[in-house]
Design a protein around this ligand. Structure first.
Ligand code: BGC
Length: 929
């Protein structure tokens, strides 16, 4: 149709599209593009890729409608090869060419490295000055290009002639260093001058040699920092001069006196007096070297303080108004040797920094000033999770002298949600901030205390949300490679990846299942079949391991489990003591992972494996039903998480059992007073489970609840990130006494995936969103909801708005995709192609009917206004202390007539206020004596 639809500049592998991808580690990179503004009806039938390099220009014609992760069309690239790539597409005519992307490979084989790892002599301890390794370089007059390839044992910051190279933070990042060590590539052409130059690299302890874990361990990978650097200078005549790290380099102690990710950095800014010492080559395996798969950690934003105040103890406390991850940048003036200290915390208690949740992490940066002039203080080798900073050692602080530097993996934002509820929108914003803070090279549990690890369970539940909000495919591709690398011989998956706990008996449901669930999520969200193929052995190893643990009866029972971790009913110090029995959780996960693996095997064309894992899934489902499900559909241990798993993962054999389980789940939600009562496992599932049981209004009652515990309770307490516990801060403002109390954990925010897919109604229906499911779930509890996602095919959108008695649904479907649309209240679905759509229909959300003479107590629960009045009256008459108690006491009487509510409530416990309650309820639900 349209002849002028110009495709976007091709994106290379999972690199965020930009003009240039430098140092890619893939010889045959795959390409993707979108075709914006093509006009309705555009259909790509063919594409051409032009690859141009010094050897000339080639154009490759491919007749295909594919535009996502299409194969490299020509001979694989070799190390250091630089080409430009552009595409054009055809419907009836060729489009113009896209903008070009420049692709340059890194060093693809160990043989490309002539440099050797060098380490300072003397070796230095973890708590001594960070070393600066230096060498002199002579650059030729006719320099055409200069590339620096760099990695370290530790973390590094490179400088050329005193100018910082690039903006990467905490390079080379954190991988399973014994198996995979990333190197980075920098274009340093502009930083070199003809003649003498100085290349210097500061080394910090980072994850390699710093503290890791709450057991006080450090130097888990080795006790020597080391550097591998290779500077390659190419002249205009094509000659290459290579300067690699060797024993001509020197090491000088820097002014960074101590650095640790948990404890902070101590820096002496006075001119250094130390003399250079030698370095020595150390043996290190270069086959571990890999190029990055995704973007680096960078500073992504700066925030000004909201207030600078004096605490009750007389300390200067800065509030940045947002719990964030990064550090404080401070401008000060003082005398030489004056000491300035910055401490950090996520919350205040009694007006002072609350540091107990940090456990042993000192989270303190200190500086000895050079003196006499304005100095800017900020650390290089540490980061903190904080909203508040306490500053001592300076004169009065002006707000403009303090900045919070926000850091994280520099991911491209791809997903948005908004609704008519500001509280819900703030919750969603909190999810985004928790992702930003915890996607710091590795997807971590929390960013502040002595932990900050790649806990597998956390990302397993958060993966679907993460992949919607940000383009994290590259980062998670790398992490999954580490997971496979750290997986044990018997297939068990470490609790954390990279595995620094090194617990050889590790196998926990929901945690190890990350090996299967996350590749599948990434495949669904990005369409990356190669990733699935690469992870397949790891996925199989995990399921085989579980099948062996389950043995002949197909039930995974006993042994250590985290279970439905952080069920709000578990005691603070025993977060694993959930209502859902760990055996039920474990066997359900085995069935679910085997099912996913059967599907993954099938799409990869592994028919035998598909049959085998399909068979395991069926056998485990059968065993689950026989052991844990009654003939009518009650599921052990009769908890919301157990029903949520059973309903979402197809664990109930008959329709009648499913219906009964749905009814029971709904009653449990009522019985909890619409408070959340699931932990890590049930939380991402419960809303989907309720919707599948025809109970979407109850899902909304949970979602919009603000009492404790609920998703929105923390928002009412001023939270700006998702908390680890439902009640990390208790309603009285005190901090939960549990030793594990973070205010920045994304796991319980995993319901955001339902906000996108369920509430607004924008979900993938085929890998990479090539087919989209638009199925909004309108409710009277919201006036509108909207989700937008930059899918691999381009921008998709779904939203709905209720006005008067009308519902308007909007949708956008990008070129290359189709959508199946379920309009609320309309039985027929429709399939639409690319374009923008608007449908108007009568508002299908039922007008809530207040309870009448034949209503039950269940009907009272379900009518929001009536229930609110009953709660208010029961509290005012002091018959109950609150909504939760009211719900719990009425739960056994859900089928009783509404007119007997007060009698039911006071049957076993006469209440002095019952007569008043009867009178108070009369206008709402008339009561019989
Ligand atoms: C972490 C969690 C993690 C858990 C394992 C905690 O200390 O912060 O998020 O998954 O341990 O149960």
């Amino acid at each position: 149709m349209s002849a002028i639809a110009t495709p976007t500049r091709p994106r290379v592998e999972h690199w965020t599209s930009g003009e240039r991808v430098l140092g890619i580690g893939v010889a045959s990179p795959r390409l993707s593009w979108t075709v914006p503004d093509a006009g309705t009806g555009f259909r790509q039938v063919a594409y051409e890729v032009e690859v141009a390099g010094p050897g000339g220009r080639q154009v490759h014609l491919v007749r295909s409608a594919d535009q996502v992760l299409v194969p490299w069309p020509t001979t694989p690239l070799v190390s250091r090869e630089r080409v430009t790539v552009r595409v054009r597409v055809r419907d009836t005519e060729w489009s113009p060419w896209s903008d070009p992307v420049e692709v340059e490979t890194g060093l693809l084989t160990p043989a490309d490295w002539s440099a050797a790892f060098v380490s300072p002599v003397p070796t230095g301890e973890a708590d001594t000055s960070s070393p600066e390794l230096t060498c002199r370089i002579t650059a030729p007059e006719d320099l055409a290009a200069a590339r620096l390839y760099l990695t370290a044992h530790g973390v590094y910051v490179p400088f050329l002639n005193g100018v910082r190279i690039g903006q990467d933070l905490f390079a080379p990042g954190w991988t399973s260093y014994d198996h995979r060590l990333r190197y980075q590539t920098y274009d340093v052409t502009e930083l070199l001058c003809p003649g003498d130059n100085t290349l210097s690299v500061l080394l910090g302890n980072g994850w390699y040699r710093g503290r890791l874990g709450w057991r006080g361990q450090r130097a888990l990978y080795g006790d020597r920092l080391a550097l591998l650097a290779q500077l390659e200078l190419t002249t205009t005549t094509g000659e290459r001069h290579v300067h690699g790290t060797d024993d001509t380099w020197v090491a000088t102690p820097s002014g960074i006196l101590a650095d640790d990710l948990y404890d902070g950095q101590r820096t002496d800014l006075r001119p250094p007096s130390a003399r250079p010492a030698a370095v020595e080559r150390i043996d290190a395996d270069l086959t571990r070297l890999v190029a990055p798969d995704g973007p680096p950690v960078r500073a992504t934003e700066t925030l000004a303080p909201v207030t600078v105040t004096t605490s009750p103890a007389g300390r200067t406390v800065v509030d940045f108004g947002q719990n964030l991850v990064g550090w404080v940048r401070l401008r000060v003036r003082g005398a030489a040797g004056d000491e300035v200290t910055v401490r950090h915390a996520e919350v205040l208690e009694n007006g002072e920094l609350a540091t107990r949740p940090l456990r042993s992490a000192k989270a303190t940066d200190s500086y000895l000033l050079a003196g006499d002039t304005d100095e800017t203080l900020e650390p290089l080798f540490t980061f903190h999770g904080f909203r508040y900073a306490e500053i001592t050692g300076t004169g009065p602080i002006a707000a403009e002298d303090v900045t919070a530097v926000v850091i994280g993996t520099d991911l491209l934002r791809t997903g948005w949600f908004s609704s008519s509820s500001p509280t819900l929108d703030r919750f969603h914003e909190n999810v985004v901030w928790s992702m930003r803070g915890n996607f710091l090279d590795v997807p971590t549990d929390c960013p502040q205390r002595d932990e900050r690890m790649g806990w597998t369970g956390d990302i397993q539940v958060f993966g679907p949300t993460a992949t919607f909000l940000y383009d994290c495919a590259g980062m998670l591709t790398s992490w999954l490679a580490d997971l496979a690398a750290d997986q044990l011989e018997d297939g068990s998956v470490p609790f954390v990846v990279p595995d620094v706990l090194r617990d050889r008996s590790a196998s926990a449901a929901a945690w190890g299942d990350a090996a299967v669930a996350l590749p599948w999520t990434l495949y669904q969200r990005t369409g990356d079949l190669d990733l699935l193929a690469r992870q397949l052995p790891s996925m199989c190893a995990w399921v085989d391991h579980l099948a062996a643990l389950a043995g002949e009866n197909h039930l995974w029972t006993g042994g250590f489990q985290y279970g439905d971790w952080l069920d709000p009913d578990a005691p603070p110090q025993q977060p694993g003591l959930a209502k859902a029995h760990p055996d039920v959780v474990a066997t359900a996960h085995l069935a679910h992972s085997a099912e996913i693996l059967a599907l993954a095997s099938a799409v990869l064309g592994e028919a035998d494996a598909a049959t085998r894992y399909g068979g395991i899934a069926a056998a485990v489902r059968e065993a689950f039903a026989a052991e844990y499900v009654t003939a009518h559909g009650r599921v052990l241990s009769d908890s919301p998480t157990a029903y949520a798993m059973a309903l979402c993962w197809n664990l109930l054999p008959s329709a009648a059992q499913r219906a009964h389980a749905g009814t029971r789940l709904a009653d449990l939600v009522r019985a909890s007073g619409f408070r959340i009562s699931t932990g890590f496992v049930g939380t991402p599932l419960i809303c989907d489970a309720l919707v599948s049981a025809g109970q979407s209004e109850l899902a909304y009652r949970l979602l919009t609840q603000t009492g404790c515990p609920s998703w929105l309770y923390p928002v009412t307490m001023g939270a700006t990130t998702i908390w680890e516990r439902w009640d990390s801060m208790l309603p009285d403002g005190s901090i939960n006494p549990g030793s594990m109390t973070s205010f920045n954990h994304y796991a319980l925010g995993a319901v955001a995936d339902w906000l996108h897919r369920g509430v607004a109604g924008l979900a993938p229906a085929a890998p990479g969103y090539r087919a989209i499911l638009i199925r909004p779930t309108p409710t009277r509890q919201l006036d509108f909801a909207s989700a937008t996602h930059h899918t691999p095919y381009g921008q998709a959108h779904a939203s709905w708005r209720r006005t008067g008695d009308q519902l308007t649904v909007l949708a956008t479907v990008p070129v290359g995709a189709t959508a199946t649309v379920h309009l609320p209240g309309e039985p027929a679905r429709r399939i639409v192609g690319p374009g923008r759509y608007e449908w108007r229909l009568p508002d299908p959300t039922p007008v809530p009917r207040p309870p009448g003479p034949t209503s039950t107590i269940r009907d009272v629960f379900d009518h929001v206004d009536t229930w609110t009045s009953v709660v208010a009256a029961a509290c005012a008459t002091e018959v109950v202390s609150g909504e939760v108690e009211l719900a719990r006491r009425l739960a056994p009487y859900l089928d009783a007539p509404a007119s007997e509510l007060v009698s039911c409530l006071t049957r076993d416990r006469p209440a002095p206020g019952s007569d008043e309650l009867r009178t108070a309820l009369h206008p709402v639900v008339p009561q019989r004596d």
